[in-house]
Design a protein around this ligand. Structure first.
Ligand code: COA
Length: 386
């Protein structure tokens, strides 16, 4: 009889060369490059190519990939028309899942996924990958206007993914510092080993489903409150605390009532999440740049971190990626219910890197179960049942 491990905790379900976490040391690397190095030197476009192909691209490769991505920012008219009929109250993650799934009907071309052999058509793989990654941010930004009853803002091919995302959200020339911060946020969220949504992408990919089905499944998995979504709760929590002066009493009261402090703790990390460290630095730089014009939630957050370090540090509970990302997105004017959709925009790079790795050495996922139901029994016709 097989052992049953709830949630497959600790079970190796694949081999992967894409990313690595050392939770004791607080390290995360993509393809062997530390996240700190990538955040300081790379761009979302370059990091995406690194995740997909395994190597840093040459200048020519990066330029070609960037141009291809930008040519795919525009969303087909029919998809836009379909989105006009979505309810304005629809959650951005439901919108994104539906829109990405519908992209698959407009861009079929699944020839190389029709037999059980590996897909060797790298053009097909690259085209699908580009189309999905390029479409994600425009879809999210378009929805922000459409759900308020306005036409969406057209994308601009002269802008990077991060710049265009901010431009399509706000309609204003992107602020260079906020665009850089958005770019780093995309890098930080692009990949994180075998989490629930990535696992769902692997399972769907292993059946040779189209990449649109793979990604729409992963978006649905990310949408659950146990996976994406804690960053908007951090913002709510900080608003409730109100000011740095209230932080200590608020945290102590929450802990006394056995409540969770949002944005604190991570199953993989027993020290401060390296992504939180980078985001914290960005917050500090933004404060230095903008001074007192910044929202006081930054100060409250830093005080909450200080108090939590004292109260929870001995349990290995420190800020995770969600602690500072939400307040940065809020500073960019992005509504809280869009935060998880931004996470999906970035993570599409990691999902597709894993999809490609899966189909290049594929075996369909078919785990077993431990049956705990009835023995074989006789069927009783409905008229004889008591
Ligand atoms: N607030 C208060 N206490 C926390 C905490 C938090 N955010 N996270 C962990 N703890 C405490 C637990 O109560 C537990 O205390 P105990 O040993 O006295 O019972 C101890 O720290 C260990 O926590 P545990 O629940 O075993 O850690 P985990 O690895 O199972 O949980 C999370 C990880 C992410 C589920 C958990 O830290 C959490 O719920 N965090 C808040 C939600 C969040 O920000 N999620 C986004 C993750 S990226």
């Amino acid at each position: 009889m097989s052992d049953f491990l709830p949630g497959l905790e600790g079970v190796a379900a694949t081999k992967s060369a894409i990313s690595f976490i050392d939770g004791e040391k607080g390290l995360l690397s993509y393809r062997g490059y530390s996240l700190e190095t990538l955040a300081a030197n790379s761009s979302f476009e370059e990091t995406t190519l690194l995740l997909l192909d395994g190597e840093l691209p040459s200048a020519k490769e990066l330029d070609g990939f960037t141009k291809k991505l930008r040519r795919h920012y525009r969303i087909k008219y029919h998809i836009r028309e379909m989105m006009h009929h979505f309810p304005a109250t629809g959650h951005p993650m439901d919108m994104l899942q539906t829109a990405v799934s519908s992209l698959g009907m407009f861009y079929p071309g699944t020839e190389c996924l029709t037999d059980a052999d590996i897909c060797e058509d790298l053009n097909y793989v690259r085209n699908m990958t580009v189309n999905i990654i390029a479409s994600m941010a425009p879809l999210v930004a378009m929805w922000e206007h459409m759900r308020q009853g306005y036409d969406p803002i057209e994308p601009r091919e002269d802008l990077s993914v991060a710049e265009n995302l901010l431009y399509m959200f706000t309609g204003k020339e992107p602020d260079p510092m906020l665009a850089k911060i958005m770019d780093v946020c995309l890098i930080l969220h692009a990949e994180h080993t075998l989490n629930a949504s990535t696992f769902s992408a692997l399972v769907a990919g292993s059946t040779l489903a189209t990449p649109y089905s793979v990604i729409s499944g992963a978006i649905g998995t990310l949408s659950g409150p146990l996976h994406g979504g804690a960053n908007s709760r951090v913002v709510d929590m900080l608003k409730e605390i109100g000011s740095a002066d209230n932080a200590e009493a608020w945290v102590d009261n929450a802990l006394a009532n056995k409540e969770v402090i949002w944005g604190m703790g991570h199953r993989e990390y027993k020290v401060k999440d390296p992504r939180a460290t980078i985001l914290h630095k960005l917050v500090t730089e933004l404060i230095e740049d903008r001074g007192s014009s910044l929202d006081s939630t930054f100060e409250t957050a830093m005080k909450v971190e200080e108090v939590c370090k004292d109260r929870l540090g001995h349990k290995g509970v420190y800020p995770n990626v969600d602690f500072y990302s939400g307040i940065l997105y809020a500073e960019m004017g992005i509504p809280a219910d869009q935060f998880t959709a931004l996470f999906a925009v970035a993570r599409s790079a990691g999902w597709l890197a894993h999809w490609r790795e899966q189909i290049s050495d594929n075996r369909i996922y078919r785990p077993t179960q431990i049956y705990i139901g009835s023995e074989t029994r006789e069927y009783v016709s409905v008229s004889d049942r008591v």
